[in-house]
Design a protein around this ligand. Structure first.
Ligand SMILES: [Zn+2]
Length: 90
């Protein structure tokens, strides 16, 4: 029986990186737009902070080498081979 977590883990690393990146970018842009529309609304900041932190957590949890668990640099692109164990990445 596969949990949602296992199924998510099976997605390609680049997909996870994209999700993480879009979550952070999306909450930043959304936060900026909503702050313009609703200045001084604290819930806007909370929602965007949650989205932003969610993107970081997503990266830490999922953007790892499937072989050795090496955590990839957030800013760098996903390499073809793991810098830690040297195995090919999907
Ligand atoms: Zn590795």
């Amino acid at each position: 029986m596969n949990s949602i977590f296992d199924r998510l883990r099976a997605l390609p690393l680049r997909t996870h990186k994209a999700i993480s990146f879009l979550s952070m970018l999306g909450s930043s842009v959304l936060g900026w737009i909503l702050t313009e529309i609703f200045p001084g609304m604290i819930f806007v900041h909370v929602i965007c902070l949650v989205g932003f932190i969610g993107g970081i957590v997503w990266h830490i949890v999922f953007v790892r080498c499937p072989h050795c668990g090496h955590l990839f640099n957030y800013r760098a692109a996903i390499p073809d081979f793991c810098p830690e164990c040297g195995k090919k990445l999907e």
